[in-house]
Design a protein around this ligand. Structure first.
Ligand SMILES: CC(C)(COP(=O)(O)OP(=O)(O)OC[C@H]1O[C@@H](n2cnc3c(N)ncnc32)[C@H](O)[C@@H]1OP(=O)(O)O)[C@@H](O)C(=O)NCCC(=O)NCCS
Length: 175
């Protein structure tokens, strides 16, 4: 963890190189969840992170965080505004794209990325942060103060028994 360098950016666009690097982190990271989800459904879910698709739906970004080991990107996390019931777009924040390369997981990188997202959200006046937690990220988000407020079926992911996978909707209220 000492040699990991965190680069945060409030730039609203991602260039082709960054989009390629993000995919090269997300693909193995998502596949590392094959103990939780049906592997062929992971391949379908992964399509959302193909550069041309991710470029579209990730915008407009408030914050991107990239973790590097030397030149190599090893972790990602993003923040954008989102409107929730009774919460304006400006006061709502949505965390997404939290992925760590398998060989870098469980070293505190994901925690550091989420802490940075929370700090930035507070600074810019976000009052409610939400995200969708996988089975792998739920406990970590709860440790950081998020509470589960519901579940929703993912469009692509299936559980090992073939049913639609349910992701956990988590929320953190900020002062
Ligand atoms: C979930 C993830 C982002 C966490 O990042 P990380 O750098 O590994 O996490 P940290 O080292 O900061 O924190 C470790 C905690 O994360 C949780 N965690 C990490 N990997 C996990 C796994 N495979 N299963 C269950 N919990 C896991 C645990 O709570 C763990 O605490 P513990 O080691 O005391 O049990 C990362 O493991 C990952 O990319 N996983 C695969 C993709 C994914 O599910 N991303 C989330 C999309 S919503």
């Amino acid at each position: 963890m000492d040699r990991i360098n965190f680069v945060t950016s409030t730039s609203r666009t991602l260039d082709d190189k960054l989009l390629g690097d993000v995919y090269s982190v997300v693909a193995p990271s998502m596949r590392s969840n094959s103990g939780y989800y049906d592997p062929s459904s992971i391949e379908v879910a992964l399509q959302a992170y193909e550069p041309h698709r991710f470029r579209e739906w990730s915008q407009p970004l408030l914050l991107s965080i990239f973790a590097y080991d030397g030149e190599k990107m090893v972790g990602t996390g993003f923040l954008k505004h989102r409107k929730f019931e009774n919460v304006t777009t400006e006061a709502g924040g949505y965390l997404f794209g939290g992925f760590i390369l398998p060989e870098y997981q469980r070293q505190g990188i994901g925690r550091k990325i989420i802490e940075t997202q929370i700090d930035h959200a507070k600074r810019i006046g976000i009052k409610v942060l939400r995200g969708n937690a996988s089975e792998a990220s739920l406990k970590l988000l709860q440790d950081l103060g998020f509470v589960e407020i519901g579940k929703h079926e993912d469009d692509a992911l299936k559980s090992k028994d073939g049913a639609k996978a349910e992701l956990h909707t988590v929320e953190l209220k900020l002062q």
